[in-house]
Design a protein around this ligand. Sequence first.
Ligand code: GLN
Length: 287
Amino acid sequence: MSTKISNHSASLGYLAAQGCQALRGVSASPRLDAEVLLAHTAGISRSVVFAFSERTVRPEMECRYFDLIAKRVNGMLVAQLVGKKEFYSLEFVVTADTLVPRPETELLVEKALAWIPEKAKMSILDIGTGTGAIALAIKKHRPHACITGVDVSEAALFVAKGNGVALDLDVRWLRSSAYSALSGERFDLIVTNPPYVEKGDPCLLDDICFEPRLALDGGTDGLDIIRVIVAGAKKHLSPNGRLLMEHGLDQSGVVTKLLQANSLEVLGSYCDLACHPRALGAQVATP
Ligand code: GLN
């Protein structure tokens, strides 16, 4: 990166502009990214960055900031650099062991909440919980629900548990590959954002993928984990139970077929904010 570290104290405005310039063409939101990273480094809020742009920062802070900008240029996500991400208006710690919760996944929470009456004591399972974002966002809004969050990664579960404690929300956390630790258990609702990226997708390349492969890689056609979840759904859903699943951009048709082939009736296909079909809802088909 050609950004020059000044030998005198640089102003917030100057640093934000330099960071923004370095991120142009790399990030879709260079200014925002630079401001968030600067605010994080300086321990101030983003509003201070532009409201008091003439304020200066110490040279060692400047170094730390440009170090973060360089990592962002290399593809790390802002959330990973600052160690947190807002999801459904809650703050989640994220680490290298977890997927960064995406705005499109808020759709799953919205749909789930629409299906869970306010005082209902429904049992809900979140498969591949990662940071615990889906499970905890649902628990926040439906405190009477009994929620279980499972993940195959012990390290991710550690993060999810910590997020549960920080948000003071009671969720049962279990290490489980899909249903492996849940034999004999049934749920009123299963929600999941499983790994669904195709193995050959360039976004999984080592030098640009800074998120855990385990949370993204869905095998050759992206459907390996989806197949397991769909195949076991009937056995783990209560009689009127429902399944709500996020999927990849072009997977709506094939996942619909998979659901139908496994005795599940599709209730709806739901689009994300970019109007792409992004999730499917289903329930056990009545014979
Ligand atoms: N939405 C993520 C992405 O496209 C993928 C998440 C997943 O595989 N569940 O990067």
